[in-house]
Design a protein around this ligand. Structure first.
Ligand code: ADP
Ligand code: ZN
Length: 700
């Protein structure tokens, strides 16, 4: 056995839940991707460390291939992923699978793409007209598309000969930073050099983005990297645009429309610090950033930071962990912070930054509640709301009508016999859709034709309730000739609401109808009237987070009214005018609403004062998931040590997509909860699926 044989621990991308040991005849750095034999197969893996060479080294299998000459994942990044894997109770390989782009998982090497070429001054002027044109054009760096337009075949030959050398395109001039107002300057001063989490609370338009940009500036100049997390990339084109103008050529924008190749290229560029700023949704957090200097989490309260399937991590929470490990500031920005972050601020764990003024002066908005009880409604809209919208349009301004329910209507029913269609695989009624005309279950994607008449008594069916499609139709008739634009998941498609909102940027009178996709994104300077059609269902939801979420959404939606020279108006329709949330919202007092909610949470030992872990199980047969969770509960019971065990119970919607769902909730102080979770438990039977959700956001 040659002495140079080295034993390495390798995490293979297969669900084994532990490292394996392989050998190699030389050192391999931690974080390097390798190909290793596993049974009869060959699989990709990542080196997680170097081991003392064991006595039986000769019996160990050797690595087949070292893929990266220098690792893309640095050791500290791997340690962070391990921490997350431990906290969320998922295998490191699962996080690595999520973190690596497809090409990376396939084991493709990373080769930086040359963006531009320049003539090698040591080479003489070539012969031939095309080559001479290339020679002429490449005296200064020429980008690849321009080179291709001159002739790619001769250009490639010149590259191979070394006549053209890789070069960088000169950077466009960066936009000049704005001069900060006093509040902004104070925030910069607070955060700079204080590597801890900061909750930056400031209304939309108060200049948070400008603060992010100016915090990033000195770091980028010093060669450090900045991670900017955003909830949904489709809704943040303005933010991305501003970063690109301020830091030309330095921004990588990770979004769903990127090809696999570009995604891998981007990952490698960040891992090698070829680019300084990474903007992306939650999974961007899993990208290795060797020279991280700052993390920004914009709209930190947004629910999309929690991944709804395995690995069920929360990107805001992990960003705080990452910031602490790397000793860099984490700025959590929001107009409506999560109760978790407010509680952390109150406990002194997060620093407090405020931006109270709008950077550009705006008139205050007038807010009014419309008590719908006893009023005649026109497809859900009161006369008051309709005339407010019409007046707005006639003044040459824009109105926004908010309803968080897509589709045409929630219910199709027979007025004479009570028949209503049901989803065959869920405990739910399919939503009525108009374009295209169908019944569509939003829980399992079941789709069926819309019956013209009642199948049991042949009466005409009635459509009850409103969705955005029906509202759009109603408003088109009522507001003609003014255009109506509907913005929801059905009209926006995968690209998000950006393009549709762009339409409204011209400021021409228009009605925007939509779901919470309307809450964020483009600044619409001519929008002066907001109508909230119906939020009553959320007032009495069984979910303990419902009021927090409703408050956040309504504050955001209502905040879209108002411009610099004319006051905005907000109309909120409700059948429940006495609910205690309304005075808070009507005064725009999110802070008071948050305090009300925090008091309730504290009383119930609910998050953020207690911690939760949720076991979920599902099975194709009724009762199987419940029975298994009963067994699980029995195993945990002797070890609870103050942790509360609730359930098992059938999930609020028990049958979903043909499966029966059940859940078991654990609640208590974090340390005690972690101990309970370390209790040995029965294995998952083949007949069901089981998963653990740490810090669950939704209890269904
Ligand atoms: P937020 O991110 O809080 O919504 P922005 O940073 O987008 O706020 O600022 C809102 C608007 O005010 C933008 O048009 C921005 O250019 C402008 N703005 C921000 N800070 C300043 C400043 N210091 N001076 C002038 N305009 C500013
Ligand atoms: Zn269904």
């Amino acid at each position: 056995m040659p002495t140079s044989v080295i034993a390495l621990s390798v995490r293979v991308l297969a669900p084994l839940g532990r490292d394996l040991t392989y050998t190699h005849d030389g050192p391999v750095a931690t974080g390097t991707r390798v190909r290793v034999p596993l049974g009869q197969r060959q699989v990709m893996g990542v080196v997680t460390g170097t081991l003392e060479t064991p006595d039986n080294a000769a019996e160990l299998k050797a690595i087949d291939e070292v893929i990266d000459s220098a690792p893309l994942l640095h050791a500290e990044h791997l340690a962070f992923l391990s921490w997350a894997s431990d906290y969320y109770g998922v295998g490191l390989e699962t996080l690595l699978q999520s973190a690596l782009p497809k090409w990376g998982r396939q084991g493709r090497p990373f080769t930086p793409v040359t963006q531009a070429w320049r003539w090698n001054p040591e080479h003489p002027k070539p012969k031939g007209s095309v080559r001479q044109a290339i020679w002429q054009a490449s005296q200064a760096p020429i980008c690849v598309p321009a080179l291709k337009s001159l002739g790619w075949t001769p250009a490639r030959a010149l590259i191979e000969r070394g006549s053209l050398l890789p070069a960088e395109m000169p950077r466009q001039a960066a936009e000049t930073p704005l001069s900060l107002n006093a509040e902004q300057a104070r925030v910069i001063e607070q955060v700079t050099g204080a590597p801890k989490p900061w909750l930056l609370e400031g209304v939309t338009g108060s200049g948070k983005t400008e603060v992010y940009l100016q915090l990033a500036q000195p770091l980028v100049e010093a060669g450090q990297q900045v991670l900017v997390l955003v909830p949904e990339i489709g809704l943040t084109p303005q933010l991305v645009g501003r970063f690109e103008r301020r830091f030309p050529g330095q921004v990588l924008h990770l979004h769903s429309a990127l090809s696999d190749g570009l995604r891998w290229q981007g990952y490698g560029e960040m891992a090698r610090n070829k680019k300084s700023i990474l903007i992306g949704t939650r999974s961007a957090l899993l990208t290795p950033l060797p020279d991280l200097g700052l993390i920004v989490v914009d709209e930190e309260h947004d629910g999309s930071y929690k991944q709804a399937e395995s690995p069920r991590y929360h990107a805001r929470d992990l960003a705080i962990v990452l910031g602490a490990r790397r000793k860099v500031p984490v700025v959590l920005g929001s107009a409506t912070p999560s109760l978790e972050s407010i509680a952390n601020r109150e406990a002194g764990r997060f620093g407090a930054c405020y931006l109270n003024q709008r950077a550009r002066a705006a008139q205050p908005t007038a807010q009014a509640l419309i008590d719908l009880r006893g009023l005649t409604l026109h497809e859900g809209l009161s006369d008051k709301a309709l005339s407010a919208i019409r007046d707005t349009l006639e003044r040459g301004e824009q109105a926004l009508v908010f309803l968080n329910r897509r589709g045409f209507a929630p219910v199709l029913t027979c007025h004479s016999c009570g028949y209503h269609p049901e989803c065959p695989s869920c405990d739910a009624r399919p939503t009525v859709h108009r374009e295209p005309k169908k019944l569509w279950c939003h829980h399992c994607d079941y789709q069926a034709p819309w019956p013209a008449r009642c199948p049991s008594c042949d009466e005409r069916l009635s459509i009850l309730g409103q969705g955005t499609q029906r509202l759009e139709q109603t408003l088109e008739l009522a507001m003609a000739p003014y255009p109506v634009t509907r913005i929801d998941r059905d009209t926006a498609g995968a690209g998000g609401a950006g393009k549709l909102l762009q339409l409204a940027q011209d400021g021409a009178p228009r009605v925007l109808v939509g779901t919470q996709m309307l809450a964020k994104g483009h600044d619409l300077p001519n929008l002066t009237c907001v109508v909230v059609v119906d939020s009553d269902a959320q007032l009495f939801s069984g979910d303990f987070r419902a009021l927090e979420r409703l408050g956040q959404t309504l504050v955001q939606v209502m905040g879209r009214a108002g411009r610099a020279d004319r006051p905005g108006q907000v109309w909120v329709q409700t059948h429940q005018p006495d609910h205690p949330i309304w005075p808070r919202l009507m005064q725009g007092d999110y802070a008071a609403l948050a305090q009300d909610e925090l008091t309730m949470r504290k009383r119930g030992h609910l998050p953020p004062y207690g911690h939760m872990a949720l076991w979920r199980a599902r099975s194709a047969h009724a009762g199987v998931a419940m029975q298994h969770l009963h067994d699980l509960a029995a195993a945990l019971k002797p070890h609870l040590n103050g942790v509360k065990l609730m359930g098992p119970t059938p999930a609020p919607m028990e049958r979903r997509a043909g499966q029966y769902h059940a859940q078991l909730l654990l609640m208590g102080p974090r340390q005690a909860l972690r101990q309970v979770l370390n209790t040995p438990i029965p294995a998952t039977p083949r007949t069901l699926w089981r998963g653990l959700d740490i810090d669950p956001q939704d209890l269904f």
